[in-house]
Design a protein around this ligand. Structure first.
Ligand SMILES: CC(C)(COP(=O)(O)OP(=O)(O)OC[C@H]1O[C@@H](n2cnc3c(N)ncnc32)[C@H](O)[C@@H]1OP(=O)(O)O)[C@@H](O)C(=O)NCCC(=O)NCCS
Length: 245
């Protein structure tokens, strides 16, 4: 396949196509993370050079990915709390005029009909190169393991240790990172927090949630905590911090 890399902002003509591809295949609740939403306009405006598309010869988007620059001293203690916190830290650092040294890969997505062909590896490599170009010598990612939703009751600390017979991680997305030489650092227990009212959660889950309590929602990596008195539901999703070479 003849593929070209472009910066998302340089291709307004591909915006509608990108919207269609990158909104597909996700559970609806993933788009309701208020902490991340509050940062998103500034992330888009300030870190556009880290928002990339991979496009084929017919201008078809085959993959996309983006990241943010943070300052990280290389220790577990200094890692951002997860995805939400990485965005907050990146925006805060930029506002304070601080120097970033680390790329956090926030998301990568391959067009559904082209998954399983190693394109994610290419996308991650391109993001790392863009980071290097921007002076970011380290690369980390709060990985959302694609098969974790099958095991929402299992703690991430345990799930991330599960392997296949050949010793590779059980999870396919963690496998891709590991094959590229990435190392798992630790679980990011509170990586993303999705919030909504009871009615909204019923819509996103697709079934009735008649009482307060914990529920397993399709596509979620952990149980939803619902409080009817407060008319509020909160899903705190764990990810896995990995560090690339
Ligand atoms: C996660 C994702 C980016 C991986 O991209 P990819 O180009 O398919 O990755 P790879 O080709 O390296 O495949 C990784 C593994 O997943 C498996 N896989 C990928 N797509 C698959 C599919 N649709 N069905 C079954 N297995 C699949 C591959 O076989 C491979 O397993 P292997 O280690 O046994 O070879 C892609 O699946 C995707 O866009 N998913 C939706 C968005 C997402 O979850 N992004 C990650 C969080 S931000």
């Amino acid at each position: 396949m003849d593929l070209r890399t472009c910066v998302f902002d340089d291709r307004p003509d591909l915006r509608a196509q990108a919207e269609e591809i990158f909104s597909a295949g996700w559970p609806e609740f993933i788009f309701h993370d208020p902490a991340a939403d509050r940062q998103m306009d500034r992330v888009r405006a300030w870190f556009g050079e880290l928002n990339l598309l991979l496009v084929d010869g017919a201008d078809r988007i085959v993959a996309g990915g983006w990241g943010v620059p943070v300052s990280w001293d290389g220790t577990l203690d200094d890692l951002p709390g997860g995805y939400d916190d990485a965005l907050l830290r990146a925006v805060g650092l930029h506002e304070a005029g601080g120097r970033a040294d680390t790329l956090v890969i926030a998301a990568a997505q391959v067009r559904a009909d082209l998954q399983g062909r190693g394109l994610a590896r290419e996308m991650l490599g391109l993001l790392a190169s863009a980071g290097e170009h921007a002076g970011l010598e380290r690369v980390i990612a709060p990985v959302r393991p694609t098969s974790k939703a099958r095991y929402p009751l299992t703690p991430m600390t345990e799930f991330m240790t599960w392997t296949r017979r050949d010793g590779a991680p059980l999870d396919p997305w963690l496998r891709t990172h590991q094959r590229m030489g990435a190392r798992m650092l630790c679980a990011a227990e509170r990586s993303m927090t999705m919030e909504g009212s009871v009615t909204e959660w019923e819509k996103w889950a697709g079934f009735a949630l008649p009482a307060s309590g914990r529920y397993v929602v399709p596509g979620a990596l952990a149980p939803l905590a619902l409080d009817h008195a407060a008319d509020h539901g909160e899903l705190v999703e764990p990810n896995v911090w990995v560090r690339h070479r």
